[in-house]
Design a protein around this ligand. Structure first.
Ligand code: ADP
Ligand code: MG
Length: 395
């Protein structure tokens, strides 16, 4: 761990330039989901309690280097004030004289919110001049936006190198959980990778077969692996042009000693619709006019056995078309079992990915997982084994 936690620094009287992810959904000028705001509250409150001044830097939407009034951060002020329990002053730039004056005029206990960093073209170019101007606003740089750490932008990368820096509490929690799951995990470690396509998760699969002891393949991508074994998957979602790639991943798993689990049985239907008439067949017996929409009960029993002998589980991607009942059954059952083992203290469980988080919430399992990452792209790049520029710049 090269980075310093925020909580290790002396913050009294310091202006703490804090990169956050508050890219929340807004409708008619109102925030409709405050999850991302809630997650930065511990960092902001810690800075305030320690006698520091939080100066927030954030992006919002994709204005592509231009001032786009609809992508201003100003409408977030009331929601931020509610969450922080203190006054939030907004300034219409993240650099320059107006921002510097706003910093100077702040009263103790207040928070400053600077306008969308992406209003400047230099942000996405990781521009050194923009970073230097932003650096003038603070004494310490704190990155609390793991979800933006896969991008080398001025506010996530260049700026970190100009000031004493640290990881905010959310960043710290995320890095600690991910390190525990894949960096130096308690073994045996298993991964569940599902979702729609092999092609979007190639690097992830390639990295995991080198690091985990067992890899469960589910969802649409399992169909591609079954097709690669020469099985007929009927009308299932499968990438037939990826069968060689699937074979290569299976061969790599065999050479690294990673046990690869494909579903032994599957749930098939004739239409992609909720409550479509369905049946359970072995993986070899998918009818030519049917599609595989979920893993079957025997496959779930197999996954549970692997969970039983694992100390750590990392999960990305649902095992079936979980948006359609009853094709959420395998995902729900495996998630509930992992949650139960975690609650009993027998498993460290970490999950992430947009649809995965939705599926685990739907299964009622998310709250029992050790850690759920809401970081999206950054989580996936981390699972791919990539160095995240925003993390590498800390320390
Ligand atoms: P995440 O967002 O967690 O990374 P993905 O986007 O890769 O996950 O995959 C989720 C999607 O995969 C869901 O929309 C789900 O319906 C789809 N899916 C899973 N299994 C199947 C299947 N057997 N057939 C068709 N779609 C599937
Ligand atoms: Mg998705």
């Amino acid at each position: 761990m090269a980075w310093t936690p925020l909580t290790d620094l002396e913050l009294g009287g310091k202006r703490v330039l804090t990169r956050v992810d508050i890219n929340v959904p807004v409708e008619d000028g109102r925030v409709t989901d405050i999850t991302r705001i809630d997650r930065i509250v511990p960092t902001v409150k810690h800075i305030l309690a320690a006698g520091g001044t939080p100066i927030l830097l954030a992006h919002f939407g994709r204005p592509k280097g231009k001032v786009v009034p609809e992508m201003s951060l100003q409408p977030l002020v009331p929601a931020l004030e509610d969450a922080f329990g203190t006054g939030v002053v907004f300034v219409a730039d993240c650099r320059g004289p107006s921002a510097e004056a706003a910093v100077g005029a702040l009263s103790s206990g207040q928070v400053l919110l600077c306008e969308n960093t992406r209003f400047h073209a230099g942000e996405e170019k990781n521009d050194a001049d923009l970073a230097a101007e932003m650096a003038k606003l603070g004494d310490i740089y704190c990155n609390d936006a793991f979800s933006a750490a896969h991008r080398a932008h001025a506010s996530t990368e260049a700026l970190a190198r100009l000031l004493p820096n640290c990881a905010g509490k959310l960043m710290e929690a995320e890095l600690t959980a991910l390190e525990a799951a894949l960096g130096t995990p308690k073994r045996p470690v298993m991964a569940v990778v599902g979702g729609a396509k092999v092609s979007t998760k190639l690097d992830l699969l390639g990295n995991l077969v080198e690091k985990v002891d067992a890899l469960v393949i589910g969802g649409g991508m399992a169909n591609t692996f079954l097709a690669a074994q020469g099985l007929d998957v009927g009308k299932s979602l499968a990438e037939h042009d990826m069968t060689d790639t699937a074979k290569e991943i299976a061969a790599k798993a065999a050479s690294t000693g990673c046990e690869l689990l494909l579903p032994r049985d599957v749930v098939v239907a004739r239409e992609f619709a909720a409550n479509a008439p369905h049946e359970v067949v072995t993986a070899e017996d998918c009818p030519a006019d049917a599609m595989i929409l979920d893993a079957g009960p025997d496959a779930v029993a197999h996954i549970k056995q692997v969970i039983d002998r694992s100390a750590t589980l990392i999960w990305n991607g649902p095992l079936g078309a979980f948006e359609l009942t009853p094709f959420d059954a395998a995902t729900n059952a495996a998630a509930a079992y992992a949650a139960e083992k975690t609650a009993a203290g027998d498993l460290i469980s970490v999950a992430g990915g947009g649809d995965t988080v939705a599926a685990l919430n739907q299964a009622g399992a998310a709250e029992h997982f050790t850690y759920i990452s809401t970081a999206g792209g950054a989580f996936l790049e981390w699972m791919e084994g990539k160095t995240l520029p925003g993390v590498a710049a800390l320390g």
